[in-house]
Design a protein around this ligand. Structure first.
Ligand code: NAD
Ligand code: DAU
Length: 337
């Protein structure tokens, strides 16, 4: 029976992963270590309160003592989702990105070594490969060329994971996925920001000319990819995941406006993101052939379901808008951070 340490389980992808795994594998138990930064929301896993195979621990992955304390609970494997994840914030201040993404990963790697876990999975990103021109795809062999402080910090973490495999034989794998969408995504990223703005008849800010391309994948497809990498990934290997679903930001914005029945006049063109990567596109052949993984959720279906989720979860959205969600820990556990 696996006792998994999942870090960052109160964020967007981590919370979807924890729920998915507990629902589909009755033999697994999960400890979720999360610092509850602005991006961590206890409400994302409120439905798991009291679940016999789930335990939440508030703690920071850069805190060696906190991490060792959790490892002593009998952790057999580690999956690291915890990160500062928003590119715009990294442009504003790269400090927290280097701390959590690089130092936090190093701390987890040391603990994984010390407690001799049987697998360590580093959830990385396609952004470490940099930007593509009009053609071509990122493969696992594409050289790393990160362009933002966010992707540079993720690439630094990937380099450490690789080094711990080569130097110490740590059974570690790295996953690199393209842009996720789905329920519980913090409304600072394109899709949840635009959907929640449009539901309130607010404008949507398109950066630059809106011709940047992203490869969209439903969060549950990413979760099954991480699961496959954890179960079947070969130590020392990297696995790319993508949705084979390239869209320009402007096309996607038009689709969102049309699905929500809103006028295109709500588009506001704003100053471009500094160093904005032009195009991401993933070749996920390796994951398909080696791990037997395939993205299952068609974009049109997944996007409609995602919009419906934000329409139906107005309390979740408004608690974020008011900042109330930051007080859930205090309310639930009776003490301040
Ligand atoms: P998120 O920002 O929604 O969640 C991050 C979580 O990590 C939050 O719960 C936060 O509280 C926690 N956290 C942050 N710093 C911490 C620390 N020092 N110690 C403990 N917990 C901490 O992020 P996400 O979008 O769910 O992304 C999860 C992972 O997947 C990240 O590593 C990200 O780089 C990677 N990724 C994201 C995408 C995407 O499209 N969102 C795509 C590919 C890879
Ligand atoms: O590719 C994987 C990455 O995808 C992850 O590693 C990151 O954690 C995740 O945040 C995401 O990064 P992006 O920068 O691609 O996502 P974001 O939603 O911030 O932006 C998507 C595109 O939309 C990007 O080209 C910038 C643009 N954009 C974004 C916002 C928030 C806008 O035009 N307007 C906006 O308001």
């Amino acid at each position: 029976m696996s006792k998994l340490l999942v870090t960052g389980g109160c964020g967007f992808i981590g919370s979807n992963f924890v729920r998915h795994l507990l629902q589909t594998d009755p033999t697994v138990s999960i400890i979720n270590l999360d610092a509850l930064t602005y991006a961590g929301n206890l409400a994302n896993l409120a439905d798991l309160a009291g679940h016999p195979r789930y335990q939440f621990v508030r703690g920071d992955i850069t805190d060696r003592d906190a991490v060792r304390k959790v490892m002593k609970l009998g952790v057999t494997e580690v999956i690291n989702f915890a990160a500062e994840s928003h590119v715009d914030r990294s442009i504003h201040d790269s400090g927290p990105f280097v701390l959590t993404n690089v130092l936090g990963t190093q701390t987890l790697l040391d603990a994984a070594r010390e407690f001799q876990v049987s697998k360590y999975v580093q959830v990385s990103t396609d952004e470490v490969y940099g930007s593509l021109g009009a053609t071509g795809y990122f493969t696992e062999e594409t050289p790393l060329a990160p362009n933002s402080p966010y992707s540079a910090s993720k690439a630094g973490a990937d380099a450490l994971v690789r080094a711990y495999y080569h130097t110490f034989g740590l059974p570690a794998v790295i996953t690199r996925c393209s842009n996720n969408y789905g329920p519980y995504q913090f409304p600072e990223k394109l899709i949840p920001l635009f959907v929640t703005n449009l539901l309130a008849d607010l404008q949507v800010p398109v950066y630059g000319d809106g011709q940047q391309v992203r490869d969209w994948i439903h969060v549950l497809d990413h979760c099954t990819g991480v699961e496959a990498a954890w179960r079947k990934g070969r130590p020392g290997e990297v696995y790319n995941f993508g949705g084979r679903c390239e869209k320009t930001n402007l096309d996607l914005t038009h689709t969102l406006l049309d699905l929500l029945g809103k006028p295109h006049s709500l588009i506001r063109y704003v100053q471009d993101r500094l160093g904005h990567d032009r195009r991401y596109a993933i070749d996920c052949t390796k994951a398909e052939t080696e791990l037997g993984w395939k993205p299952q959720v068609p974009f049109a279906e997944g996007l409609r379901a995602t919009i419906r989720w934000y329409e139906q979860n107005t309390a979740w959205v408004s608690a974020i808008r008011t900042g109330d969600y930051l007080r859930y820990y205090e309310k639930q556990y009776g003490q301040a951070a």
